[in-house]
Design a protein around this ligand. Structure first.
Ligand code: AMP
Ligand code: GLY
Length: 423
């Protein structure tokens, strides 16, 4: 079979590696992929947002199955467009992808169906938002409605910061039309957990839990990034909490989407906060997380391709989704300066013995060499029988990788380790 994966980061590299374990798959195309994946996939120079070109390529090359990984093409209707020409695809339709594409939609959905989340107000008028903030509890959280490359959330610690945030998002349009509407919500506190779940619209099978590290620098300092590292499982996410989440969050969300006529198939990402009043939804994503995928999929013992097809066919309840009883840690190596300005084009040397544990997020391949290209450059994963073992293993591999201008956090998994030791 011929499979194509839309997207080009570390998450897509982890998906491709796992798909390769299925012997029915003869060839995998990555659109556009990146130079660091050249040994695992055939790279096709088509951007992930170019829906027409993606569909044309899939038709001309008789693709049997497509995996649409990033949020942008999903929200733009890539799965709809592929289905229209008869190509089955993993991921939600654009009608269902709105759960990530519009924060106003997802907040209203949670309110309507009683799914626990931070209390909130929606504003389409900057002045009304500014008036509201005069008496709102501080800190407060301001979110642009639409996709904003993970940067549309501002935690305002003072009233002035909240006012500045409203002005920059609504008046100055820092995130373009994504900021036409905003959500102002209650500031929640507690450990954060990412839970990715496979669903066929009726049945939901959560994957092993994980913990992201969003800030750029050690000690959770610095700017928010796409994610600087992950561990799995998340020690805060106990079996009891998992049961509560299934009952109060996962199943009600799947049911709610069905009732709204927006049946969700694919991977639904639940960003949760474990507050003193119980688990609450911070955000939904309509896709695998990055770099959560780089710790979750290496622990998957079942066949990813079969699971993906089961989500498309509506047969997930009959499909095995099992994870190893082990721990994983992924450390992201980025370019100095990320998430702001950074330089690319530095030669990367990855020793052959650890290549299989490296998921490349941004690289160019030229004359047999790979060069850094992008903010997040690669992720290095290790699996261990203990969390400490996985963390030490990942950092030992990081030490072996060389490229100029690299930086990474030194404390990935540190907080999780404390939680494990406290138990
Ligand atoms: P998001 O882009 O929705 O994932 O938000 C980015 C980060 O902002 C989350 O991972 C949380 O750390 C934080 N955040 C979002 N909403 C809230 C909230 N209501 N209270 C506290 N922190 C939040
Ligand atoms: N790591 C967070 C995300 O994928 O949205």
């Amino acid at each position: 079979m011929k499979v194509m994966v839309v997207g080009g980061g570390g998450r897509e590299h982890a998906i491709i590696r796992k798909l390769k374990e299925n012997k029915k798959i003869e060839q995998i195309f990555a659109l556009p992929g990146n130079g660091g994946m050249h040994k695992d996939a055939t790279l096709v120079n088509i951007g992930a947002k170019d829906i027409d070109a993606i569909v044309k390529f899939a038709t001309e090359n008789k693709i049997d199955y497509a995996v649409v990984a990033p949020d942008d093409p999903l929200v733009l209707g890539c799965v709809n467009a592929l289905n229209e020409v008869g190509i089955p695809a993993f991921g939600p339709t654009k009608e269902a992808a709105i759960i990530e594409g519009s924060k106003v939609f997802s907040k209203n959905l949670m309110k309507k169906y009683g799914i626990p989340t931070a209390s909130y107000e929606v504003f389409s008028d900057a002045q009304k938002a500014l008036d509201f903030i005069k008496t709102a509890p501080i800190p407060t959280v301001i979110k642009a409605d639409g996709l904003a490359l993970g940067k549309g959330v501002i935690i305002a610690l003072t009233r002035e910061e909240a006012e500045d945030a409203i002005k920059s998002v609504m008046t100055d349009k820092k995130f373009g039309a994504s900021g036409d509407n905003i959500v102002i919500e209650e500031f929640l506190e507690g450990p954060e957990v990412s839970v990715l779940a496979f669903t066929d619209g009726n049945c939901v099978k959560p994957m092993v839990s994980s913990m992201d590290h969003k800030r750029a620098l050690d000690g959770d300092k610095g700017l928010n990034t796409g994610g600087m590292g992950t561990i799995a499982p998340n020690p805060y996410y106990t079996e009891k909490i998992a049961e509560e989440c299934m009952k109060k969050i996962f199943l009600p969300t799947i049911e709610a989407m069905k009732k709204e006529g927006r049946e969700f198939r694919g991977c639904l990402y639940f960003g949760l906060m474990l507050t003193k009043d119980g688990p609450k939804v911070i955000e939904y994503n309509c896709r695998f997380g990055d770099p959560e995928t780089q710790v979750v999929l290496p622990l998957l013992e079942s066949d990813l391709f079969e699971i993906m097809q089961a989500t498309t066919n509506g047969t997930l309840s009959e499909c095995e989704v099992e994870f190893a009883d082990k721990n994983a840690c992924c450390v992201i190596m980025a370019s100095k300066g990320y998430p702001e300005k950074y330089q690319s084009g530095f030669e990367m040397v990855i020793p052959e013995d650890i290549e299989k544990d490296v998921y490349v997020a941004g690289a160019k391949y030229e004359n047999g060499k790979i060069y850094s290209a992008g903010g997040r450059v690669l992720g290095v994963t290790d699996i261990g029988s203990t969390l400490k073992g996985a963390i030490d293993g990942a950092y030992a591999k990081v030490e072996k990788i060389k490229f100029d201008n690299a930086f990474y956090r030194h404390d990935i998994g540190g907080r999780a380790l404390l939680a494990t030791e406290e138990k």
